[in-house]
Design a protein around this ligand. Structure first.
Ligand SMILES: *Cc1c(COP(=O)(O)O)cnc(C)c1O
Length: 387
């Protein structure tokens, strides 16, 4: 029989032969510092739930109240009838929290990045993008008809040279993760701000992993560096430290008005349920009232980085709650991950396409819910597995 998809099994077999075929796992308990996969209880070093909020009862309570009042579905895109009181309040609170005129909520951080880059740039413009930017940024540059120049990871000299050559483009956009999701490194934001101003470029940063975590008030790395006012386009997510779902852009009212009119993933996608907005309002309150969560997280991260560096593991220039144990080959990363699993720890091995060939790693993500005992268990296991 004619099967137009007959080529797919071959492709899957190819991935299988390379041991790169991925399986989807089922978590059988709530997200948290420990989870279960089927019957296996694991210390969880594989979530982005940095502030241990995903299963916090206060988020659940807020969501339940919203469901009682408004039901579940939003029923339309935000521009038509999908945006209710909770969504509007969330955007107002978020702008206040981030100290900007306005904010716009997208159905995911992926959509926020892709939809903002595409809206801000077009043919005749140039996008300057860090080589380790998140996939959603890369896809945004692919959606846009602008010219794309990729610069080596955090290399401001290289970027400056590119900018010198890009004066003839109509507009320039520099785009970067603030905290890089695979290697836990931090973008040179003060230098990027200077370059953007010097070379008349827009600067867009993605705080996905830094919102709620960095900065005195938990606004992210722009706050940490004291440059919030000099970054015109800031993207973040509700899906990591804030324990929920969705993405956002914060900035001037003009920027937000423009995105409302021009960002296709915003315009053509159904608004998130009111219950998610209500839960995220609760999460924003918690982030402001409980700074001890990010302080605990930072202290745990420093403890673990110091312990692993002392054991001789290569962590690169990691300075955050995302700790890469860089081991090189894919086989080694996956073996170590499996051995840690056998010892009751979930530590994902990261391999292509998430990282370049030969740069495979174990990716430890910490949460404020991890206890000292959880960390000690991991340190002891990695001491035993050291090669
Ligand atoms: C996770 C992530 C996103 C996407 O956010 P979602 O809300 O999960 O779609 C965007 N940027 C970075 C750097 C991320 O790590």
């Amino acid at each position: 029989m004619f099967d137009p998809l007959a080529w797919i099994p071959e492709q899957l077999d190819l991935l299988q032969a390379m041991e790169r075929r991925r399986a989807i796992h089922v978590r059988s308990t709530a997200q948290g510092a420990t989870v279960s996969w089927k019957e296996t209880k694991l210390i969880n070093f594989g979530s982005n739930d940095y502030l241990d909020l995903a299963a916090d009862a206060r988020l659940g309570d807020a969501a339940r109240e919203a469901i009682t009042a408004e039901g579940w579905g939003s029923g339309a895109s935000p521009l038509i009838t999908g945006r209710g009181n909770d969504q509007a309040r969330l955007e107002a609170e978020l702008a206040q929290f981030e100290g900007t005129q306005a904010s716009l909520v997208f159905s995911s951080g992926f959509a926020a990045n892709a939809g903002t880059i595409d809206a801000l740039t077009d043919r005749g413009d140039v996008i300057l993008s860090d080589e380790k930017n998140h996939a959603s940024i890369i896809d945004g540059t692919r959606l846009s008809k602008a010219t794309v120049r990729v610069y080596p990871h955090r290399d401001v000299d290289y970027l400056e040279n590119l900018l010198k050559q890009c004066g003839t483009f109509r507009r320039r956009l520099i785009v970067t993760d603030t905290l890089f999701s695979m290697d836990g490194t931090i973008a040179p934001l003060p230098e990027l701000v200077d370059l953007a101003e010097q070379y008349d470029a827009m600067l867009m940063v993605d705080e996905a992993h830094a919102t709620g975590v960095f900065g005195e008030q938990g606004h992210g790395l722009c706050e940490h560096f004291g440059i919030e006012d000099r970054v015109p386009v800031r993207v973040g997510t509700f899906s990591k430290a804030l324990g929920g779902h969705g993405g956002f852009v914060v900035g001037s009212q003009t920027l937000i008005d423009y995105l409302v009119n021009r960002s296709r993933p915003y315009i053509f996608s159904t608004a998130a349920p009111a219950a998610n907005a209500a839960a995220m309002l609760a999460a924003l309150q918690i982030v402001q009232k409980e700074p001890q969560r990010r302080q605990t997280l930072m202290a745990s991260a420093k403890f673990l980085r110091d312990a692993l560096r002392k054991q001789g593991w290569g962590l690169g220039d990691c300075r955050s709650q995302i700790i890469p144990v860089i081991v090189g080959t894919e086989a080694l990363a996956m073996q170590l991950s499996a051995k840690l699993f056998d010892r009751g720890m979930l530590v994902p091995g990261i391999r292509p396409p998430s990282v370049a060939d030969g740069e495979c790693l174990l990716r430890i993500s910490l949460s404020s819910g991890h206890t000292r005992q959880h960390l000690d268990t991991l340190v002891e296991a990695l001491e035993e597995l050291r090669f």
